[in-house]
Every structure is written in structure tokens, then in C-alpha cells.
Write a protein that binds this ligand. Sequence first.
Ligand code: AMP
Length: 210
Amino acid sequence: MKQLIFIGAPGSGKGTQSESLIKQNSYRHISTGDLLRKEIAEGSQLGKTVKEIMDKGNLVTDAIVLELLKKNCDLKNGKYIFDGYPRNFDQAKVLVQQFLANQDFLAIYFHIDTGVLVERLTNRRSCSGCGAIYNIKFSPPKTLNVCDRCGHTPLTHRSDDHVDVVTNRIDVFKKSIDPVIEYFKSLGRLETIDAAKSSDWVYQQILSKI
Ligand code: AMP
């Protein structure tokens, strides 16, 4: 198995696919967004520093995310899915040269027309108990606001999944991601997947590439 790097706009399905891979293929998931939200929830100094930036949908500094990665991943002892990292060219270089030197890795680009993402994101809810992700329009839980998997209630709506912030997050993604994609392509380590297709189809595609 390879170390995996998921690249894709917010709402392109990286989190959902990560969940499936963790359950069925013993991958570990490292989402810099989740790590940052955890810091905010715990009220740490770092959490206080990043909250305002994240609430606007902008990127936090490379140094902050790098520190979190160092603290939270142990590449010698596991296969990881990097979700939400790298977000720019400098982060991509650090990941490849510092973390993944001597590792087999593959970047998967979740390609999707960003026009459909606003609706996906504004309807997204997640379980703060187990992390399961729902879309209240397209894949709602069986009981309104209750997690199918662990029964936790209520499901939460991320503060940066509101429409004005979502638009900025998508713009930020579009402005910074091309050099990242080109970089992995130049290394011969990029696969592109049509993320507009069903999540089962996307999952099978990922399996066929790893
Ligand atoms: P995500 O959960 O990946 O959508 O990330 C939520 C927010 O966390 C982003 O809008 C950024 O503010 C911040 N963030 C997550 N990952 C990174 C990263 N690699 N570099 C900078 N900021 C990040």
C-alpha cells in the first residue's frame, strides 16, 4: 500500500473516501482541517490563533500546519491518507522531501466542477461523535439530525460550511492548487479521478490505483 495524498476542493469527497479506506484497508487518516478544529474545540492557544482565519475560509500559515503534522503522524509505522494537506506548492515540497522521502506515495486529485460544490457543502452535516458525514439533501441520516452509525445527536454544521465562507474556500483552493497538481504530475505520482461520480464508483477507482 502507498501513502496517499488526497487533493481536491472542499466538498469533493476526500473525507468520505477516507472513511471508507480507513474502515476497509487499515489506512490512517490525517486531516489538517480536523486537527485544527480539534485545537479550536479544546480552546488551545493555537486554536485561538487560527479560529478567525478558518472562519473566513482562508489558509492558516504553513508553519502551523507543519507543526501539527509532525505531532500527529508516524509514517514509519503506518499508511496514511493526507487529506487537506498540501494546499500550496511549498507544503507539497515539504511533504515530499521531508515526510515522504523513501516512501511509496500517490497523489489522487478529486476533479470536480466547483459549481456543484456550494450545494454539497452547505448541506453537509457531520457527526461530532464518530465523524460520519451526511448530506441532508442527497444522503441524509435515517432519522433527522441523528447519526445512523453511532446514534449521536445532533449532527453539526461546520461554521465554514455556510454559503459566504464556502465561496471563499473554493476560491482559495482554485488560486493555490494548480502548482501542487503540476508538481505531483511532474513526479509521475498523480492520478486524477472524476469526483462528480457516485462515491462507490470513486472508491473503486481509488482501489484500482493503489
Ligand atoms: P478542511 O477541513 O480541509 O476544509 O480545512 C478547513 C480549514 O482549515 C481551511 O479552510 C483552512 O483554514 C485550514 N486548513 C486546513 N488544512 C490546511 C493547510 N494544509 N494549510 C493551511 N490551512 C489549512
